[in-house]
Design a protein around this ligand. Structure first.
Ligand SMILES: [Ca+2]
Ligand SMILES: [Ca+2]
Length: 107
């Protein structure tokens, strides 16, 4: 598989694997979200971006529609944010968090 093929199928597969594990299907609850962070993110740089110890806070940040769980759309946004963080780090662009703006446009 080409690299982007892998990225895309991995995002979907990881989400479904953890989301269907417990509770509601196709939704990540706090426990499931914690497992994703613990098991599927290993690089220290990215780990540093997520406060896996404070899952309440991570959930609050990711749960855009405030239903207490993370759906696929919300999960994608988080992955995308992490990619942006890494991009900024790699290209040396300050990497300041742009809170709000981007997200509002998309709604
Ligand atoms: Ca679930
Ligand atoms: Ca949600």
């Amino acid at each position: 598989m080409a690299r982007l093929d892998q990225v895309i199928t991995n995002i979907v597969d990881v989400f479904l694997e953890y989301a269907d594990d417990d509770g509601k299907k196709r939704q990540l609850n706090k426990e499931e979200l914690k497992k994703v962070f613990e098991q599927e993110i290993q690089s220290p740089e990215l780990k540093g971006k997520i406060n896996a110890n404070d899952i309440e806070e991570a959930m609050e940040t990711m749960d855009k529609n405030h239903d207490g769980e993370v759906n696929f759309r919300e999960f994608c946004r988080c992955v995308c944010d992490l990619a942006k963080c890494y991009y900024h780090k790699k290209t040396g662009k300050g990497g300041k968090k742009s809170k709000g703006k981007e997200q509002e446009e998309e709604q």
